[in-house]
Design a protein around this ligand. Sequence first.
Ligand code: IPM
Ligand code: MN
Length: 347
Amino acid sequence: MSHRIAVIPGDGVGREVVPEGVKVMRALGVPLAFEELPWGCDFHARTGRMMPEDALATLAGYDAIYLGAIGWPTVPDHVSLWECLLPIRKTFEQYVNLRPVRLPPGVRGPLAGRGPGDVDMLFVRENTEGEYSGTGGRVHVGTDAEVAVEVPVFTRRAIERCARYAFERARERRGRLVSVTKSNASRYAYVLWDEVVGGLAREFADVQVERVHVDAMAARMVLRPDSIDVVVASNLFGDVLTDLGGALQGSLGLAASANLSLGGRGPSMFEPVHGSAPDIAGQGRANPIGAVWSAALLLRHLGYAAEAGRVERAIDAVCDEGRTLTGDLGGGASTAEVGDALARAVG
Ligand code: IPM
Ligand code: MN
């Protein structure tokens, strides 16, 4: 049976990297049917909307969504994201944002004396609430009495399901989990977070759990990356720390993510961590590896574990060989040349 994949290249370099991911998936010979949906900021310029009115109903009919990047200077970011990416994550309850942070062989990371063996983490980011709840408002707009309120929302249910997933991954990996918190300054939300994680820790007695405040975690990732295995973090903390993770991987252009809908509420979505990168868009210079790596996560999610492994090994081989890399990794190859090299390497 063939799986139907909704392909949303989106904006900027999203449109350059997504075809490379599709190219690599096609080279594997798996029965995937790709259908492109031309949504994003250009669509907004034509129609006044980021996606059609029935977009979420349309997406619900697919087995997975493969996305490039959303956002362009012509549309305010809070509009483009809140009318496209964030409703998809929330509507389909893609409650885990899974982000592997691994330095591939041959890539020089920014940390002196640290190599691939030292940077191998798996981030599990809560993906539906927290600081991304969208709760709040503004009053007295434009006056000097103006007030803006943005209310983070944390629920036991959402913390629990995300943290449970993280414990399960930790159990399969090196048995260590860091829970990122800020329950010193926060008196309610992160205290609840800690309590829920603490409850699960009793259930997963074989997993060693550490509670680390987010500020200390930023330093820890730089100073002792080898001490970190699986990480569970709230939406905003996970967002910030995985950009740091991208830097530790050698380039944000390598970083991959899976927005996993694990409760049967709709398709999952796979996208590189980087954005639309207006500064380099249209030049064929963007690194497609983050998008290709995200394709590996898509394949694994749909049950093609062997093919996912082939894609990940191809990424390692192309990185290790070092001859066909984009500028962010010190090479001179184009986006399409790296895609071609990866498609050959999986073949
Ligand atoms: C990410 C991005 C998004 C986020 C933005 C574009 C809303 O930075 O996927 O990490 O903050 O989640
Ligand atoms: Mn981000």
